[in-house]
Design a protein. Structure first.
Length: 386
């Protein structure tokens, strides 16, 4: 066991986090669809990324259970884990994103790391939106490339930076930004990239299966020319895992050089079966209609109450608070009122721009939304936010 003085810095760092209202504690959460038991208290669940509710679909669960002959392949895909179901799933995902191929990763985080570190190198320059997800930021850093951060959705700034750069160029952004809920200006971004011979990479985890023709994502919605699509299967699809959809040669490069693909165990077969079952259900469109109605209804209700919702145009609705301490207090008081919403703080967002991140799903019905808005109003008046 390490002596106390060797680990004294740990306590100091924890004390600093708590002092600055940045200390995180995990809660015990048992999800029941649109509701959840949080530390033993029944609440309206507004934290889930299961946007279409497919994680609880009986057909999806049935297919996963039927395929559960083993827990996992217990190996990397290049050694002993390339199950036929993974290959079938990859074919469906490639068709879904209208690309030549797709490659499944264990998580969306590893898909971002795996794709970016494989295509970028020390002689590359990556142009990254300032509000990109932490997994993109980590991927850019690990790649060893030069990183140029452009102001959020500022295509003029992107053009200015990229026009001055030579060599291998990569532009990376999100489709729907995970903490702000707004949409990337993908058509303009992809045009700038194409004009400057740059590779366009889009992490579309929160837009996939939610927006676009065939619900194939934000790039399709804006008819943007994207070279590498990265996404997650744990959000709109309600399953688990991540994937990269792209041209065949790029997939081959990832198979041969992506450390996050080579040196990790394959996605278990029963999770592939779940995703295979979920894809046609997600593409019917009935669940998206419910979700869109919920977005419009709740957004209008919150705006009428006087809350500032940022620039959201999606199911991710940030209720802007500002000070970290106030956001934490607001979240705790909402939980007492039976509404589960997390306070999002630095370093996930800028200091002083803390917010309550509401995630709506197709599972919510009007009584959930009315009760949640009522709780927000009550706490907003109590805390002085309203």
């Amino acid at each position: 066991m390490a002596s106390k003085h060797k680990t004294a810095f740990v306590g100091e760092r924890l004390d600093s986090l708590e002092k600055n209202d940045l200390y995180r504690r995990m809660r015990t959460v048992v999800v029941k669809g649109p509701t959840a038991m949080v530390d033993g208290k029944e609440t309206i669940h507004l934290c889930s990324n299961d946007y279409l509710g497919l994680s609880r679909n009986r057909q999806v669960i049935k297919k996963a259970v039927e395929a559960l002959h083993e827990v996992s392949q217990c190996s990397s895909r290049l050694i002993a884990g390339n199950h036929p179901k993974i290959m079938k799933l990859e074919g469906l995902l490639a068709d879904h994103r209208r690309t030549e191929s797709a490659l499944v990763y264990p998580t969306g985080y590893s898909a971002n790391l795996g794709a970016v570190t494989a295509i970028a190198h020390k002689n590359s320059t990556i142009f990254s939106d300032e509000l990109n997800h932490a997994s993109i930021i980590d991927a850019c850093r690990l790649s060893g490339a030069t990183i140029q951060v452009f102001r959020h959705n500022d295509t003029n700034h992107l053009h200015e930076l990229i026009h001055q750069t030579k060599g291998c160029k990569i532009v990376i952004t999100e489709g729907i930004f995970s903490m702000d809920g707004d949409t990337a200006r993908l058509q303009e971004i992809s045009t700038i990239a194409k004009e400057n011979d740059a590779i366009t990479v889009v992490d579309d985890a929160h837009g996939d299966f939610i927006f676009g023709p065939g619900f194939s994502g934000v790039p399709a919605e804006f008819k943007a020319d994207v070279d590498i699509h990265i996404s997650s299967m744990s959000k709109g699809l309600g399953c688990f895992g991540g994937y990269v959809a792209t041209a065949e040669p790029v997939s081959e490069l990832l198979i041969n050089t992506s450390r996050q693909f080579i040196y990790t165990s394959a996605l278990p077969g029963h999770l592939c079966s779940a995703a295979i079952a979920a894809i046609p259900l997600a593409k019917r469109g009935n669940l998206q209609k419910k979700l869109y109605r919920n977005i419009g209804y709740f957004t209008n209700a919150m705006k009428k109450l006087g809350f500032v919702l940022g620039g959201s145009s999606s199911q991710i609705i940030p209720v802007m608070i500002g000070p970290e301490k106030l956001a934490v207090e607001f979240s705790k008081e909402l939980l007492r009122q039976g509404v589960f919403v997390q306070a999002i703080r630095y370093p996930t967002v800028r200091k002083g721009s803390a917010r309550l991140r509401v995630s709506l799903t197709a599972m919510h019905v009007q009584k959930h939304l009315d009760a949640a808005a009522g709780a927000f109003e009550k706490v907003g008046r109590k805390t002085g936010v309203l």
